[in-house]
Every structure is written in structure tokens, then in C-alpha cells.
Design a binder for this molecule. Structure first.
Ligand code: FE2
Ligand code: FE2
Length: 208
């Protein structure tokens, strides 16, 4: 099916580009993260039969591609720019309707906005929520803990890494907003709270 070919093409291009720059990117954001977000989106989509699968999966494949240019600044702006270039230059993507391309680029540009309460425009639509939720779920659970400890931004401070994990485990921070995201992600989010409890217990064990 044509749409599946386009989706696979997006993932392949993303992989190829990431591999070129892999040693320059913070290990927490390498291609394996994109691949997991892509797979999570596929799973979340099973709860959203009316969502536009192509929009979600192409946006997932390219959401962090900008990290190959700028890993620590506004990578999402670069992601949009690079994706837009692929859309113009790759014949496969010429078959995507303009409206859907705009939607993909919007999701990519805004995927890390963190304005939870925004219920207007494209942010209120399932396609946007699914990509953002999948991106978040990859920072929860055991994978989230491993990623936090690999994250070069916190390399010199275990305390900072733990604070990062703790922030993510607070109920009001980083909510999951799509039905499928909630169904799949809550258990991994809860795991962060359990991890923090155990960590604190272990750290204070001599004081018991
Ligand atoms: Fe991102
Ligand atoms: Fe991401």
C-alpha cells in the first residue's frame, strides 16, 4: 500500500541521517529513541482508529531529526526544516497532500512545547497528542531511567539525574493526553514513582 511505503521511507531516511551523526548526539536521543517512539505510536494508534496513521508515523519518524544539527538548542525547529526539505526533494513525499504535510510539520515543530492545558487547534487533535505521548512514554519506565542516566546533560551529577526522574514522576508534570497513550503509558509512569520511593529507601537504609 502506497501509504505504508511512504511511512517506511520516512523511517529509513531518518535512520540513515541519524547514523551519520550518531557519535555527535547525546546518547539519550539517538535513533533508537526515534524507533521506539515510532513503534509506540503504532501501538497507540490501535486505540484511535480515526486518527491519520500517515501523519502520526511520518511525524514520529522525523520529530527529532533536528538533533543531528543542534542537539541542545531548539532541535524541533531544525526537525521541521529538515523534514520540509525531504518533502520538497524526495519523490515519495510529493504524493502526500499539502494539508497533511502541514499537519506533520506542525506536530514536529511543537512536539516539545509543554503547554498541557492547550486545547485549541491542532494540539487538541489526536495526531498531535499521540506523537507527544509516545515521546513522553519513552522517558518513563525502565527505559526512561536508563535514558536519564545516559543523558550527557546530567553526566556530572546523580542528584540532577534523579531530580529529572522525580519531575517526570510527579502526577501533574508530563501528562499523557491521548486515550491510547494513557492506556499504554500510565504503568511506565507509575514505575518512576516506585523507583523514586525505592531509591530514597535505599539511600537512607543506614538511618533505619
Ligand atoms: Fe524532541
Ligand atoms: Fe523525542
Amino acid at each position: 500500500m502506497e501509504e505504508e511505503i511512504i511511512i517506511q521511507r520516512a523511517l529509513e531516511i531518518s535512520k540513515k541521517e541519524f547514523k551519520k551523526y550518531e557519535n555527535k548526539i547525546n546518547p539519550t536521543h539517538c535513533f533508537d529513541h526515534t524507533e521506539r517512539v515510532f513503534s509506540l505510536c503504532k501501538k497507540i494508534l490501535t486505540f484511535h482508529k480515526d486518527a491519520d496513521r500517515l501523519v502520526v508515523l511520518v511525524a514520529a519518524a522525523f520529530h527529532d531529526i533536528g538533533r543531528i544539527k543542534d542537539d541542545y538548542g531548539r532541535h524541533e525547529v531544525w526537525s521541521k526544516e529538515i523534514t520540509s526539505n525531504f518533502f520538497e526533494n524526495d519523490d515519495k513525499f510529493k504524493k502526500i497532500e499539502e494539508g497533511r504535510k502541514e499537519k506533520i510539520l506542525y506536530i514536529i515543530e511543537h512536539h516539545s512545547d509543554l503547554d498541557e492545558k492547550n486545547t485549541k487547534g491542532l494540539k487538541a487533535q489526536d495526531e498531535f497528542k499521540i506523537v507527544v505521548d509516545a515521546d513522553r512514554i519513552d522517558s518513563f519506565g525502565p527505559i526512561g531511567i536508563i535514558r536519564a542516566s545516559l543523558d550527557e546533560r546530567y553526566q556530572k551529577s546523580a542528584k540532577e539525574q534523579l531530580k529529572h526522574i522525580k519531575d517526570k514522576s510527579e502526577i501533574d508534570n508530563f501528562s499523557l493526553n491521548s486515550l491510547g497513550g494513557q492506556q499504554i503509558g500510565e504503568e511506565f509512569k507509575m514505575y518512576l514513582s516506585e523507583f523514586m520511593e525505592k531509591y530514597e529507601r535505599q539511600e537512607k537504609i543506614g538511618e533505619l
